[in-house]
Design a protein around this ligand. Structure first.
Ligand code: NAD
Length: 495
């Protein structure tokens, strides 16, 4: 009997008012039903926002360290439950256990970081321009936040939002992705068990069109933290812009690994395999383009094909599997559509390029690791986010052309350069247009205490992760204290 999950509002399980539900199934095995979830609507969001609003005055008045203690206890419980969370995540998202353990670990790291940050919500003290007067800046919570998540990091991304948002003294309503709702259900249960007061975090399941839209348009929501596609992000920016709500956007990527002729090719090979086929290519930081200097192009391409063809694809619950399925049939169709586009555009398909079928594969959405050679920068497969196990390999004549090609995309999330030449590495770090740059390491591998985000169409200037997330979820208050006993007029009495 499949588990019946409910929304989590004011600390209680609550069905959608419509009574409607949807199924959450394993993308590696459609016979595996993880549970059913409420298909919520605007009225459920209104209930959740009301609960968050009611909980806000008491929560914001707690010392931040007391909030941090709850984050620490939550994180200790996440450590205890790490394995079962990872298994649920593999079942609902499809990525292999090694990666879902990593995803859970990222949540754990982010939680312990939040517990520490609760003691460091510092401001700045500055000298006043007048005598007997001081001035300082302090951080204030803001109110009720709407947190909207994608499906590819079911624990890490909610944790990037929940921990700093609540630690800063806000309350929140979270909308998990419809494809991966069970992991957040477990997260919310643990927060409650760790002592989070009712109403501080509420979870509402359902579609972007209904639950997401209702959050954007709710007047009692002060800000939206969104991670997802550029298309939806642009819409969210428009709505929140009109309403003057704060809005932080972490959007798509078309990340490149650039390999120079002097690079350690074995290292570059390991990097690109992990970057392109880890999480079945469904990471915002996935290596979607490989740019290679002409001198080593043929050799590296051959090495990649040789290794990628041996990757073991299957159900991520099997510890020997190296790449899981795509998250849904829609995603597989999108990936296949791009493969067809690549072939029509004249790229050379050197590996894969089709669904994996037959036997147990027929129960899931499997796709072969795919490599295109002779891709040119103007092709759509070199420019658009595919979000699947498809690598586009581009040959360039030298460093300058490589950097030009690397930057010739509307996205700017993560890039990697492989070289042994320190001058070239430093120059690349300077010239690359992306929020994250790796030297001799793949495009994936962010650490929780460092700012995470991108430039150009990848976002709107905010950075989740690290201390910068705390800037998103708090408001500055500037304070002046005059202890002169008289009226002192700035810019007049001291001119
Ligand atoms: P998506 O944009 O389709 O959906 C993201 C979330 O937005 C989901 O919860 C969805 O239900 C909701 N949503 C959809 N329409 C909405 C609307 N009108 N109003 C409010 N909410 C709405 O993205 P996805 O397919 O879940 O995730 C894949 C995308 O996310 C990729 O583009 C990937 O690059 C991006 N991503 C970015 C980062 C990052 O940090 N930069 C991290 C992970 C994923």
């Amino acid at each position: 009997m499949a588990k019946e999950y409910q929304n989590f509002i004011n600390g209680k399980p609550v069905p959608a008012r419509s009574g409607k539900r949807y199924e959450n199934r394993n993308p590696a095995d459609r016979d595996d039903l993880i549970g059913t979830f409420p298909s919520s609507g605007a009225e459920d969001v209104a209930d959740a926002v009301a609960a968050a609003k009611a909980a806000y005055p008491e929560w914001r008045s707690l010392p931040s360290q007391a909030r941090g203690d709850i984050m620490r206890r939550t994180t200790e419980m996440l450590v205890e439950h790490k394995e079962e969370i990872a298994r649920t995540m593999t079942r609902e998202m499809g990525k292999i256990l090694k990666e879902t353990r990593g995803d859970t670990q990222e949540g754990i790291d982010t939680g312990f970081y939040a517990a520490g940050e609760s003691r460091r919500l510092w401001g700045t003290v500055a000298p006043s321009e007048l005598r007997n007067k001081m001035t300082y800046v302090t951080r204030q919570p803001m109110g009720v936040w709407g947190l909207i998540c994608p499906w590819n990091f079911p624990m890490a991304i909610p944790s990037w939002k929940i921990f700093p948002c609540l630690t800063c003294g806000n309350t929140a309503v979270i909308k998990p992705a419809t494809l991966t709702p069970a992991t957040v259900a477990e997260f919310a249960r643990i927060l409650q068990a760790a002592g989070l007061p009712d109403g501080v975090l509420n979870v509402v399941y359902g579609s972007g069109a209904k639950v997401g839209e209702a959050l954007l348009n709710c007047p009692d929501v002060c800000g939206i933290s969104f991670t997802g596609s550029c298309e939806v992000g642009r819409h969210i920016a428009e709505v929140t812009g009109k309403e003057l709500k704060r809005c932080s956007l972490e959007l798509g990527g078309k990340n490149a690994q650039f390999v120079l002729s002097d690079a350690d090719l074995d290292l570059a090979l390991e990097g690109v395999l992990w970057g392109a086929f880890g999480t079945t290519g469904q990471r915002c930081t996935a290596t979607s383009r490989l740019i290679v200097e002409a001198g080593v192009y043929d050799k590296l391409l051959e090495m990649i094909v040789e290794r990628a063809r041996k990757l073991k694809v299957g159900n991520g619950l099997d510890e020997t599997v190296e790449m899981g399925p795509l998250v849904s049939d829609t995603q597989r169709n999108t990936v296949n559509g791009y493969v067809e586009i690549g072939k029509k555009e004249g790229a050379r398909l050197v590996l894969g390029g089709e669904a994996l079928t037959g036997g147990a594969y027929d129960k899931g959405f499997f796709y072969k690791p795919t490599v295109f050679g002779d891709v040119t920068p103007d092709m759509r497969i070199a420019k658009e986010e595919i979000f699947g196990p498809v690598l586009s390999v581009i040959k360039v004549k030298d460093f300058e052309e490589g950097i030009r090609v690397l930057n010739s995309t509307r996205y700017g999330l993560s890039s990697a350069i492989y070289t042994k030449n320190v001058d070239r590495a430093m120059k690349a770090v300077e010239l690359i247009e992306s929020g994250i740059v790796y030297v001799n390491a793949p495009t994936i591998g962010a650490e929780c205490h460092m700012p995470f985000g991108g430039v150009k169409d990848t976002g709107n200037g905010h950075r989740e992760g690290g201390w910068t997330a705390y800037e998103i979820f708090s408001e500055l208050k500037t304070v002046y204290i005059d202890y002169s006993g008289g009226l002192q007029r700035a810019q007049i009495d001291n001119a």
